[in-house]
Design a binder for this molecule. Structure first.
Ligand code: IPE
Ligand code: IPE
Ligand code: MG
Length: 254
């Protein structure tokens, strides 16, 4: 099966995908896009150049995922901890969604991609929100790949908000404590309605979650690479998918 897939994958980089032709493709892939700054530093460039180049990788991997027949692609673009960075870098990062969508939105629409966002909107500047919301509205009826940007996202904040929501329902008699289960919790997370990621990819050699989807990744397959995000290509993505296909997912069973 692996060999057959290889053949199809190498074909897929040359022509549009035939998703039905692939077996056992992860339905939901989540990526911690890391290493932009180090990529730039290695080249004697400012960190911003790394973020700019990282944007091109977003486009590359969106196309690659769509070709393979991945249904959901969640990309960690800005964490609730990234506000700790120098203001100039934060300001630059806040402008990236608008820049990316200005260039790519038409093509995303043409390719039937549905844009979504998960994160805490309240702290984001209005121009960031409006660019993302425009993309969400314009692609809402698309039925292809769901491209989900995690923007000002933090797993602990997400879970705390869900817990507060559940507590309020209990306090007001809308929910009984004994009825609180996985689904009640999952429905109150920012991923409500999305399946859990099948595969998590993190670039740049860091082996941690950095507050990303800690509820949803409970049974995801994890794949790490030393490659920095700006140089992450379709071939690396295929490597991750092939490794995923070799794994036996047991979910605690046999
Ligand atoms: C990932 O690259 C992008 C964001 C976190 C916004 P980094 O900016 O973290 O790059 P490194 O890890 O410093 O190299
Ligand atoms: C995680 O990367 C956040 C994003 C990729 C958006 P970081 O670079 O912020 O993570 P740490 O600080 O190395 O854990
Ligand atoms: Mg980093």
């Amino acid at each position: 099966m692996i060999e057959r897939l290889w053949a199809k994958l190498s074909k897929s980089s040359l022509q549009p995908a035939d998703p039905g032709a692939f077996e056992n493709v992860p339905e939901h892939v989540a990526i911690i896009m890391d290493g932009n700054g180090r990529w730039a530093k290695d080249r004697g460039l400012p960190r911003m150049a790394g973020h700019h180049s990282g944007m091109k990788a977003v486009k590359r991997i969106t196309i690659a995922a769509d070709r393979l027949g991945v249904k959901y692609l969640t990309l960690y673009a800005f964490s609730t901890e990234n506000w700790k960075r120098p203001k100039a870098e934060v300001d630059f990062l806040m402008k990236l969604p608008q820049q990316f969508l200005e260039i790519e939105l038409d093509e995303l629409i043409a390719n039937n991609v549905q844009v979504r966002m998960m994160g805490h909107k309240e702290d984001l500047p209005p121009f960031t929100i409006s660019a993302v919301e425009e993309a969400i509205v314009k692609t809402a009826n698309n039925t292809g790949l769901v491209l989900n940007f995690a923007l000002n996202y933090g797993s602990r904040k997400e879970m705390l908000e869900a817990v507060k929501d559940i507590a309020a329902d209990v306090q007001q008699g809308r929910l009984a404590i004994e009825d609180i289960d996985d689904k009640v919790m999952a429905d109150r997370l920012l991923t409500s309605g999305l399946p859990d990621p099948d595969l998590l990819i993190r670039t740049s050699g860091e082996l941690r979650l950095s507050n990303f989807m800690m509820w949803q990744l409970a049974y995801s397959e994890l794949w790490f690479t030393d490659v920095y995000w700006p140089e992450f290509t379709e071939a690396h993505f295929h490597e991750a998918i092939l490794e995923y296909q070799r794994r036996a997912r047991r979910y605690g069973g046999l």
